[in-house]
Design a binder for this molecule. Structure first.
Ligand code: SF4
Length: 412
């Protein structure tokens, strides 16, 4: 494939509104009211059932006649009132999407509360929010803007951990934070509205993923300290623990001892996989790809190319500089065609990519796995995360010959 044939026309990511629905549908007592056309509603109900909280979405019937005929806002209000009749519903996010009329719905024409339920407009148009990770950020920031109790004194030694993570990672983070003296932890996106209310009282926020820039700005505006980075790999683990300790003014000796201990455990895992050799391409659309690349590089693997769907953001700058220095070509807002060219140009031994890229790689006899199902669905943090991810990669690198044989078999 030559560079000039790169048409950049393939769909690059799923509908961004899905990211917001993932955050919203997981909140207890929620019932989403979606203001969208029938096509969006069909697709988003489908993916929300499979990849979010298996909850249905309710929507007024919006065909062209309602959208353009002026009755849309009345239909939306009637739908909200009908949803609020259910006493179990405590929160009704009104999600507007791409169609111009629904994206521009007037917030002041919606109620703030009906019966037992809070009502909040969350705007998620794809023409403005390009990817589903960024839609998570918009959603969390909208929720905090409305519900966060930022007034008053901050609760000492309290931390918000911001970013969706694998459940085992959440448990490990909790136990490490307890060891260094953190007294209360709130994880966002959370499953209770109270999490968003109480998050405003936290002393610091540890943001694990680089795309939460609106949420982080909101915290900073309200005097909440921000801790960047994540406990991935040996160096990242020690640095993250020290940063949390510093932000919360914890006992430096205890923090240092835990940082050293956790880093040593992660280093031991990296040494165990030091025999690994191979060239890996990482090309996801989750927005958290660069720290994964950092882990692979720290383990001694070669990563000539990495790409992500999100834009280059200030929160990811440390990783950007490190990876670039170590020779990784990084693409933000990537196109599938760019990823395909990277497979052709770099001849990787393994591709951790999107489904379309994986098919492209497998057709060439290159082992390939889906980033979302394999990286986002297993622990990644501390020593346990390093062991799981590197263990999986070790198994896959050993399969290159098998993939080549399969290719030969099917092309004979
Ligand atoms: S039109 Fe917009 S909101 Fe609807 S499915 Fe497509 S990207 Fe999503």
């Amino acid at each position: 494939m030559e560079k000039k044939s790169c048409n950049k026309l393939h769909p690059q990511s799923m509908c961004p509104a899905f990211g917001g629905l993932r955050v919203l549908t997981r909140i207890d007592g929620v019932q989403v009211c979606m203001v969208a056309d029938q096509g969006c509603l069909y697709g988003l109900t489908f993916v929300s059932h499979f990849y979010a909280a298996r909850k249905s979405i309710i929507s007024p019937e919006l065909m062209n006649v309602q959208i353009s005929g002026g009755s849309m806002i009345d239909d939306v209000r009637r739908t909200i009132e009908a949803i609020a009749l259910d006493p179990a519903v405590r929160f009704i996010p009104v999600v507007s999407t791409c169609v111009a009329e629904t994206a521009g719905i007037a917030e002041e024409l919606l109620p703030k509360r009906v019966g037992n339920a809070e009502v909040l407009l969350v705007r998620l148009p794809a023409f403005q929010i390009r990817t589903h990770p960024e839609a998570k950020d918009v959603t969390v920031a909208t929720l905090l803007g409305r519900f966060g109790e930022f007034q008053g004194t901050k609760k000492a030694k309290s931390l918000v951990v911001l970013g969706e993570i694998f459940p085992l990672d959440a448990m490990t983070i909790g136990s490490v934070l307890q060891k260094i003296g953190v007294e209360s932890v709130i994880t966002l996106p959370g499953t209770a509205l109270e999490d968003y209310i109480e998050a405003g009282q936290a002393e610091a926020c540890a943001v694990l993923h680089p795309f939460y820039e609106r949420t982080v700005s909101l915290f900073e505006e309200h005097g909440v300290k921000v801790v960047k980075g994540n406990p991935i790999g040996a160096n990242g683990t020690a640095q993250w623990i020290r940063r949390v300790g510093e932000a919360l003014g914890l006992d430096p000796a205890t923090v240092e001892a835990v940082a050293e201990e956790e880093a040593a455990k992660a280093r031991e895992v990296l040494e165990r996989f030091r025999h690994l050799q191979g060239r890996v391409i990482v090309a996801g659309y989750e927005g958290n790809e660069l720290p994964v690349v950092r882990l692979l590089l720290e383990a001694g693997l070669e990563v000539p190319y990495a790409s992500t769907s999100i834009a280059r953001m200030a929160l990811g700058e440390e990783d950007h500089k490190l990876l670039s220095m170590l020779g990784t070509e990084i693409r933000y807002r990537k196109y599938l065609e760019e990823d395909m060219l990277a497979v052709v140009d770099y001849h990787p031994d393994l591709v951790i990519g999107t489904t379309s890229l994986d098919s492209f790689a497998k057709e060439r006899g290159i082992p390939a796995i889906y980033y979302t199902n394999n990286i986002s669905a297993r622990p990644l943090f501390f020593a346990a995360g390093a062991a799981t991810v590197l263990g999986m990669i070790s198994g896959l690198l050993g399969k290159k010959e098998l993939f080549q044989k399969m290719k030969e078999y099917f092309t004979q």
